[in-house]
Design a protein around this ligand. Structure first.
Ligand SMILES: Nc1ncnc2c1ncn2[C@@H]1O[C@H](COP(=O)(O)OP(=O)(O)O)[C@@H](O)[C@H]1O
Ligand SMILES: Nc1ccn([C@H]2C[C@H](O)[C@@H](COP(=O)(O)OP(=O)(O)O)O2)c(=O)n1
Ligand SMILES: [Mg+2]
Length: 240
């Protein structure tokens, strides 16, 4: 199985490992763009734990908790639930998972979501996948989804699109502006979309691979050799 290695691993001078933050990838895209579908494939291939903010909110809504009614009415209006509720659910799920690589799907959906997650967890995403899909295609997919979701009707779907444009796209643009966005054309067949997703994960894996101890030693040896060659060339090598 391929794995994505966390860039935040660091080692102190004496070689002992220090704090290692989990690797988080946010998965964004309009309603029906295929986030959940692609996440299932990513989990299979890259060993991440997948948490859909929408799924966690629906479970909370059906659990009889005190927030249940509020969550239901917000979801049915296509609105975004207050961040504290969603961030708490995500944090709890991450802690209970025992994993350190997370795909967080459908989050952050607005700037408040983004800032609350960062403030509460101290985690910034390694990168952000964005599934780009035309509105008409998303609408078709939502209306054919058949998962019994109360919000998968044309009236709520249109409200969700509006919220996506007004509140979620600015977050997508923010990640683009800081060079963390990986945009995927989601208007293709599922397998084709996943081919692009795989390429992103494979190239990121290379880029973020940390220098392990063996690699560090090799780099040091290469540097020493280069230094000695330079000294030899300049005729001042003392041979030590
Ligand atoms: N590339 C695709 N082409 C056609 N249908 C798709 C594609 N990706 C997902 N679907 C279907 O569209 C619906 C919405 O997909 P889903 O993954 O639930 O999207 P999201 O989580 O972004 O709302 C589902 O019924 C899914 O099977
Ligand atoms: N970060 C989030 C994610 C979802 N929600 C609410 C509002 C969304 O319309 C619903 C459904 O989200 P979900 O991600 O499951 O929907 P899609 O998979 O994009 O169709 O949940 C939220 O309030 N905050
Ligand atoms: Mg989904």
């Amino acid at each position: 199985m391929e794995t994505v290695v966390d860039a935040s691993t660091s080692e102190e001078a004496n070689g002992s490992a220090v704090e290692k933050k989990p690797t988080v990838v946010f998965v964004l895209g309009g309603p029906g763009s295929g986030k959940g579908t692609q996440c299932a494939y990513i989990v299979e291939h890259f060993g991440f734990s997948h948490f859909s903010a929408g799924d966690l909110l629906r479970a909370e809504m059906n659990s009889g908790s005190e927030n249940g009614l509020m969550i239901r009415s917000m979801i049915n209006e296509g609105k975004i639930v207050p961040s504290q509720v969603t961030v708490n659910l995500l944090q709890q799920a991450m802690e209970e998972s025992g994993n350190d690589k997370f795909l967080i799907d459908g989050f952050p959906r607005n700037e408040e979501n983004r800032a609350a997650f960062e403030a509460d967890t101290g985690i910034e995403p390694a990168f952000v996948l964005f599934f780009d899909c035309p509105k008409e295609e998303m609408e078709r997919r939502i209306l054919n989804r058949n998962q019994g979701r109360e919000d998968d009707n044309i009236e709520t779907a249109r409200k969700r699109f509006k919220v996506f444009l007004e509140s979620s796209l600015p977050v997508v643009e923010y990640y683009e502006s800081i060079g963390k966005l990986q945009k995927i054309d989601a208007a293709r067949a599922i397998e084709e979309v996943f081919e692009s997703v795989k390429t992103v994960f494979a190239s990121i894996n290379e880029k973020v691979k940390p220098h392990g101890r063996a690699q560090k030693k090799f780099t040091l040896l290469k540097l020493q050799l280069k230094w000695k060659m330079n000294l030899l060339r300049n005729g001042v090598c003392k041979g030590y």
